[in-house]
Design a binder for this molecule. Structure first.
Ligand code: ADP
Ligand code: MG
Length: 582
């Protein structure tokens, strides 16, 4: 093929690919434009996950009617003028690419009126071609309407994920900006339904309360830090509040949401030794530094930045977070006391509760559940195998985390958390379809960020089937009135939250798998933790319950519940065997 100069249209479609990857990128660009225009209220309307409509309207400065055609031209911006400006950027936009990119892959209409002008103007663009422009009456501000995104780039269209995923991306983005710009009233509506509505009263905690509920928001620690021209504000969770993934960790640098591995590791370092491996804090940090110290022109989507003095920023983040953590006395952890009181409380334990009667009389042999009247296995020297592991003689607990037991063939170390997880999981599975629930004394209201609320909504039916009496209650909140009796007196809120915590964004589990996954997640969260001192009765009960499991050797997530040191191994280790030296 010989060398051709690409048509203007094709060139702009290629450029658009870098800026507009999916509906959420359109929302991001339009929202940033509204913020740059000094808007105090921004309303975002989405239909069909942004496929058919994305509309962003603001009460900002507006675009003068004679400049409207320029606004949609490539590399046309009012935000910078010269190369030096690139290093003192105070606006979110500066590349002059967004409107032209969006316009080249959709049908776009902009209505805008500048405060100094008596009327507004409207411009319509289709696939990068200007279709019409006219003066019309309108209020001060700007409305950008984007319809049929990617209608002329079918390949792009095919890359879009299912609606839930695309919506999650949008929710994620808008909630983060709502947090960062608490001084703006930001309103997100999806298919006619309000998903998020902030008041713009500049109270970050109010926005956090909307996302995570008043109680959790109230427990977040405030970060206030300033050193050597670096300012860090925001909120971090105390160590008692943590997550199984990093999704609730957000960084803004000079008002820009950035994903930065180094900032992330600085934050995690600050929490190191406070959190268990695999647990992450919840945090939102706003970092402000002189614009000349940060290069924002790294990527067309502007999601990455480069720092002139990275080490200083990272040290500052670590210090800011450490200080905030130290300044507050730790909030009491849930374990171990609450667990003990619940497992052994005299509450009417429904069958399947793991504090079975047997536990109260540790000496007595325990009948595996549903053994259909068979005689209980004898605990003799030649112990029978109870469902995969031999009957074990409890020796005790070490490190408040492991049980030590003797079997006919050696020593067993049992991880109490993994073991309990397995026990709960099998009990739930066995009772499936008929899991007894226990009403809460008072129904509990659980508030969630929109993206999490959606996951719960989608799984309401399954959750009800496994014993949670849960209803939608206003936007993004739920009323929990009963939980599986198996978890009586555990933190009911934590059970529900565990469902959304581990949910991966693009997860599309097969319908049949969802229930099992949910159950596994919840059981993991509800299981006794390592570090909880157990009474002898509790240790016995756990061991008996584990023996009754059909796959006692691993937790539902596949981690081992026990380590076996066989007599053979012990003998070899002690040099009693092999060398014929005894
Ligand atoms: P950039 O934001 O990088 O300047 P855009 O393509 O996003 O580029 O926008 C081009 C120009 O259109 C902006 O520089 C600004 O002058 C104007 N503009 C876009 N959106 C708005 C808005 N919501 N309110 C006022 N002006 C806007
Ligand atoms: Mg812009």
């Amino acid at each position: 093929m010989k060398i051709n100069v690409l048509s203007e249209e094709l060139a702009s479609q290629i450029a658009a690919g870098e800026v507009v990857e999916r509906p959420a990128s359109v929302v991001k660009e339009l929202l940033e434009n509204a913020i740059d225009a000094g808007a105090t209220r921004v309303t975002i309307r989405i239909e069909d996950a942004g496929r058919s409509l994305i509309e962003v309207s603001d009460d900002g400065a507006g675009i003068p009617s004679d400049e409207l055609p320029l606004a949609i031209a490539r590399h046309a911006t009012s935000k910078i003028n010269s190369a030096e400006d690139l290093f003192r950027i105070r606006t979110l936009g500066f590349r002059g690419e967004a409107l032209s990119s969006i316009g080249s892959v959709s049908r776009m209409m902009i209505v805008s009126r500048n405060a100094d002008q008596p009327v507004g103007a409207r411009i319509v663009v289709e696939g990068g071609r200007m279709v019409s422009t006219e003066l019309i009456g309108s209020v001060v501000g700007t409305i950008v309407q984007v319809r049929d995104l990617f209608y002329n780039t079918p390949a792009r269209l095919k890359f879009l994920k299912r609606d839930t995923t695309e919506k999650q991306q949008i929710d994620n983005l808008v909630t983060r900006y709502a947090l960062a710009y608490a001084n703006k009233a930001i309103h997100l509506e999806e298919d006619g339904k309000a998903v998020l509505r902030t008041s713009g009263n500049d109270e970050h905690r109010d926005v956090l309360a909307q996302l995570y509920g008043v109680e959790l928001a109230g427990q977040l620690l405030e970060v206030v830090f300033e050193e050597d021209g670096i300012r860090i504000d925001g909120f971090i969770s105390p160590i008692s509040i943590n997550r199984s993934n990093r999704k609730d960790i957000t960084f803004f640098v000079n008002g820009r949401w950035v994903q930065d591995a180094a900032l992330m590791s600085a934050l995690l370092k600050a929490y190191q030794s406070y959190l268990m491996i695999g647990r992450y804090p919840l945090s939102v940090l706003f970092i402000e530094l002189p614009p000349e110290d940060v290069d924002v022109n790294v990527h067309p989507a502007k999601a990455e930045v480069r720092f002139r003095q990275p080490d200083e920023i990272f040290t500052a983040v670590q210090r800011a977070v450490r200080r905030a953590l130290m300044a507050y006395s730790p909030v009491p952890q849930l374990s171990p006391a609450p667990w003990r009181s619940q497992a052994w409380s005299a509450s009417p334990v429904v069958d399947g509760g793991w504090s079975s009667g047997a536990a109260v009389f540790p000496g007595e042999p325990i009948q595996p559940e549903q053994s259909d009247g068979e005689s209980p296995p004898a605990t003799t020297e030649h112990a029978q195998f109870a469902g995969g592991i031999p009957l074990l003689r409890l020796i005790g607990q070490i490190g408040a985390t492991y049980l030590v037991a003797e079997g006919p063939d050696g020593l067993y170390l049992i991880d109490q958390h993994a073991a309990h997880e397995r026990v709960l999981f099998e009990k739930m599975q066995r009772l499936k379809g008929n899991i007894p629930s226990q009403a809460l004394l008072e129904p509990l209201l659980i508030q969630m960020p929109p993206q999490s609320a959606k996951i719960i909504q989608e799984n309401l039916r399954v959750l009800r089937e496994i014993g949670f009496d849960l209803d939608e209650f206003g936007s993004n909140s739920f009323r929990l009135s009963a939980i599986p009796a198996l978890f009586a007196q555990r933190d009911p809120q934590a059970a529900i939250r565990s469902v959304v915590e581990d949910f991966e964004e693009d997860e599309t589990p097969l319908q049949g798998m969802i229930e099992e996954k949910l159950i596994a997640r919840i059981c993991k969260r509800m299981a006794i933790k390592g570090g909880s001192v157990l009474s002898t009765e509790e240790q016995h009960a756990l061991l008996r319950d584990l023996e009754a499991c059909s796959s006692p050797r691993t937790c539902p997530h596949g981690r081992p519940t026990m380590i076996h040191l066989s007599v053979d191994l012990l003998e070899r280790q002690f040099g009693r065997r092999g060398a014929r030296s005894n």
